[in-house]
Design a protein around this ligand. Structure first.
Ligand code: ATP
Ligand code: MG
Length: 242
């Protein structure tokens, strides 16, 4: 089952807490599955500050954007009630990964990098992040069939976040290849959990239309699979890049 690797998220995150807060917890061993969202929240704020050297700004939009990510990683049933989870577009499930759709500058990239950092020592949650452009470049510099094989192998890692899909161009390497399309289809076939982000494709910020446009970009075969691969999470608000 796809979600098996995540089932122990609460247990693993308990260990994170014990590791990062050892003096407090040495004498307070909690049952392994008792990790709370407050503890992940604390780790998130601390890591965000360390990585970007600034305070994390909280408002209603930010919290509504983040909640589904938190509850997803915690495997908390509250995930299914999140305002920004678009259950009307794709049936929510912990067996799927997620697609974040939203406007520019809302934290799609940086939040996922924070999670990557928090989870980096925990094999079941370890997340590799690529931008779609990096993947295209990585493919284009493959010189031999062996290089291509190792590219494919790398793209089969357990958990992967591909940032900014559909912003990439078609790869050119002795013929053309739609790298992201191929990577996603391969991951679908292998039942691997994938996370992606993309920006709205429309001026009126329509997530449904954006998904349809992704379907035009990657083709019907992929469009159909999007629903099986991804929960749809919409990020709302205005850009932090001011
Ligand atoms: N809640 C927040 N508090 C403070 N800074 C934030 C917050 N959310 C995002 N930022 C900052 O806003 C900037 C934009 O974030 P990020 O690059 O992750 O956005 P994005 O959604 O990936 O944008 P794009 O669609 O353009 O790729 C970054 O400098 C990030 O650190
Ligand atoms: Mg980004």
């Amino acid at each position: 089952m796809r979600s098996n690797d995540f089932k122990k998220a609460g247990q693993i995150i308990s260990q994170i807490k014990r590791n990062t807060n050892k003096s407090n917890t040495d004498n307070q061993m909690k049952p392994l599955n008792e990790f709370t969202k407050q503890e992940l929240w604390k780790a998130f704020l601390k890591t965000f500050k360390e990585m970007y050297n600034k305070e994390f700004h909280e408002d209603k939009n930010v919290l509504n954007n983040l909640k589904p990510l938190f509850f997803y990683f915690l495997k908390d049933e509250k995930f299914f009630e999140c305002e920004n989870l678009r259950a009307d577009i794709s049936a929510p499930s912990f067996e799927k990964g997620f697609m974040i759709i939203g406007g520019y500058g809302l934290g799609k990239t940086d939040y996922m990098k924070v999670f990557q950092n928090i989870f980096k020592n925990y094999p079941n949650l370890r997340l590799k992040i690529y931008t779609s452009k990096e993947l295209v470049h990585k493919y284009e510099i493959c010189q031999t069939p062996l290089d291509k094989q190792s590219f494919i192998k790398d793209a089969e890692r357990k958990l992967m976040f591909i940032d900014d899909i559909s912003s990439e161009r078609i790869a050119s390497n002795y013929g053309h290849m739609d790298v992201i399309d191929e990577v996603l289809i391969n991951r679908y076939d292998k039942n691997l959990i994938t996370f992606v982000s993309c920006n709205y494709t429309t001026n009126n910020n329509c997530a449904k239309q954006t998904l349809q446009d992704l379907g035009l970009r990657y083709g019907g075969r992929m469009y159909d699979r999007f629903h099986e691969m991804f929960n749809i999470i919409e990020f709302k608000g205005s850009s932090f890049r001011r």
